[in-house]
Design a protein around this ligand. Structure first.
Ligand code: 3PG
Ligand code: MG
Length: 532
């Protein structure tokens, strides 16, 4: 929860740089005691790679199966100012990467349709870090997941399309391996020269990835001298490639991670007022905590999508056959009460588009939300609601927008979302800070060609919501504080969710998912986050 003006997941004080820039890690010798970053108050335990009885990662010499290039010379000391990380974390700007092999985690979990990338935002967002590493003389072994193959090889979820797109973007050939691990991969990694890169096949083809299996993490870690986490979109997952590898390698955050943390922190710490949050998408569940946190920060809360339907019910309206969550009505009531107590205005839809069925080509009409017909589904906000939103946003200086206002996948029901995208662009033109997260919201901005006007587009769906709630993101928590000595290894965050636990059980049974809907970036429970 956001009790103070500082989100709980940010360090209080920016640390001073101690000037360990680019120091090689002593092999075999136990590194110096890890410093615990100030923003990890909730560390549960220290992971012991290799099982409960094995020594801690700090005490255990890590097997190094692959011959390494000579360690880098210490680079020139840069101005402390330049090195201090906006995220409070040790970033690649502190690193002399010349001749180092960098194991880089990115989030290339992009929406695909018929094997084609529908939105390449996440790949584009990783380019600055990749270029910085290559230009700095590193060789780069990239890891990512794609979709939820649940530990099995699913051909439709191979990373080749992402490699092809990255090749076009950086104009450097990006080979992929056939498997994240294995003899072929070992060979390919060994042959890498400074300035070259390689993309490992989808790490989620191995069950060890999501289980954060220490043996799997250790094998991955053998592919690098240094771990760089730039996968903000997956930073809320404590998996082997986001968290586990950090037990074996000095860890840094990349430029995207830093930029995301900075933009979202600024929003919470010092927004220009009035500050409005617009929250759409299918479901309230999973968003209760973020809504509660936002009520304490914003002056105006605008609700749309299925989220708004649940709030309409909570405020005494009936929503016909529209998607709403009966179990969440009490939470919605509590949030409304909290808003009232704090003097926060909540804008609910006054009219909506209702449809006979939630399909293309169905009959639809505009009605007042006071008279939603019993056998119809609300699928979009109506024109009066859009006008009300436009008016309410007129004085607003800071906007946070996450989630579509209607069934965005169906063009006739994407009208309000597209209108909001227009308003967001106008506001940004007029000098407001506009931060947008979630696949559909960003897709609407891209369709209108106004995405680049936004102050910040977050590549994180679930991750940005958890960050805004003030929760520690494991993939961030695992990276030592800016300025920590090179050899600092972290105390590993242990995921509170055990394999087979609640989160695992919540997932649909394993089934191949050749097509990921564009809305898949929207939030944590991607499949369920639709109004249909
Ligand atoms: C996302 O799209 O939310 C991230 O890439 C994480 O994917 P996941 O929700 O399947 O863990
Ligand atoms: Mg997700």
């Amino acid at each position: 929860m956001l009790a103070s003006s500082r989100p709980a997941n940010r360090p209080q004080v920016k640390p001073t740089i101690t000037g360990s820039n680019g120091q090689p890690r002593p092999t075999g010798a136990p590194p110096t005691a890890p410093s615990r970053p100030a923003n990890r108050p909730n560390v549960k335990a220290t992971v012991k790679p290799g099982g409960a009885s094995s020594p801690t990662p700090q005490a255990r010499p890590v097997p190094r199966p692959i011959p390494r290039p000579a360690p880098p010379q210490t680079g020139p000391r840069r101005m402390a100012q330049e090195l201090i990380s906006a995220s409070g974390k040790r970033t690649i700007r502190e690193l002399n990467m010349q001749g180092q092999r960098v194991l880089l985690r990115v989030d290339f979990n992009v929406p695909l349709s018929d094997g084609k990338i529908v939105d390449d935002s996440r790949i584009r967002a990783a380019v600055p870090t990749i270029k910085a590493l290559l230009d700095g003389g590193a060789s780069v072994v990239i890891m990512s997941h794609l979709g939820r193959p649940d530990g099995r090889v699913v051909d439709g979820l191979r990373l080749r399309p992402a490699a092809e797109r990255l090749t076009q973007l950086i104009r450097v050939n990006v080979p992929t391996t056939g498997d994240a691990l294995g003899v072929g991969t070992d060979d390919a990694v060994r042959r890498l020269r400074p300035g070259e890169l390689l993309l490992l096949e989808n790490v989620r083809f191995h069950a060890g990835e999501e289980r954060n299996d220490p043996a799997f993490a250790e094998r991955l870690a053998s592919y690098g001298d240094i771990f760089v986490n730039d996968a903000f979109g997956a930073a809320h997952r404590a998996h082997a490639s986001t968290v586990g590898v950090a037990a074996y390698l000095p860890s840094y955050v990349g430029l995207l991670m830093e930029q995301e943390v900075e933009a979202l922190s600024n929003l919470l710490e010092k927004p220009a007022r009035p500050f409005a949050a617009i929250v759409g998408g299918g479901k309230v569940s999973g968003k209760v905590a973020v809504l509660e946190a936002l009520i304490k920060k914003v002056d105006l809360l605008i609700l749309g999508g299925g989220v708004a339907n649940t709030f309409l019910v909570a405020s005494g309206r009936s929503v016909g056959k529209s998607l709403y969550e009966s179990k969440m009505v009490d939470d919605a009531r509590r949030i409304l009460k909290l808003a009232q107590d704090r003097g926060v205005r909540v804008l609910l839809p006054v009219d909506g588009v209702v449809a006979k069925e939630v399909t293309r080509g169905t009959e639809f009409k505009v009605v007042s939300t006071d008279k939603l017909p019993a056998s119809w589904h609300m699928v979009d906000l109506g024109p009066a609601s859009i006008t009300a939103i436009r008016e309410a946003l007129a004085p607003i200086k800071t906007i946070l927008w996450n989630g579509p206002l209607g069934v965005f996948e169906i063009p006739s029901f994407a009208v309000a979302t597209r209108e909001l995208a227009k308003v967001a662009a106008e506001k940004a033109d007029a000098g407001a800070t506009v931060v947008v997260g979630g696949g559909d919201s960003i897709a609407a901005l891209r369709q209108l060609g106004v995405a680049e006007k936004m102050t910040h587009l977050s590549t994180g769906g679930g991750a940005s919501l958890e960050f805004l709630e003030g929760r520690d993101l494991p993939g961030l928590a695992v990276v030592p504080t800016a300025g920590s000595p090179y050899e600092t290894l972290p105390i590993i965050y242990v995921s509170p969710v055990k394999p087979g636990g609640k989160a695992a059980a919540k997932r649909a049974p394993a089934k191949p998912k050749p097509i990921i809907k564009p809305s898949a970036l929207d939030d944590e429970d991607d499949e369920s986050d639709t109004l249909a």
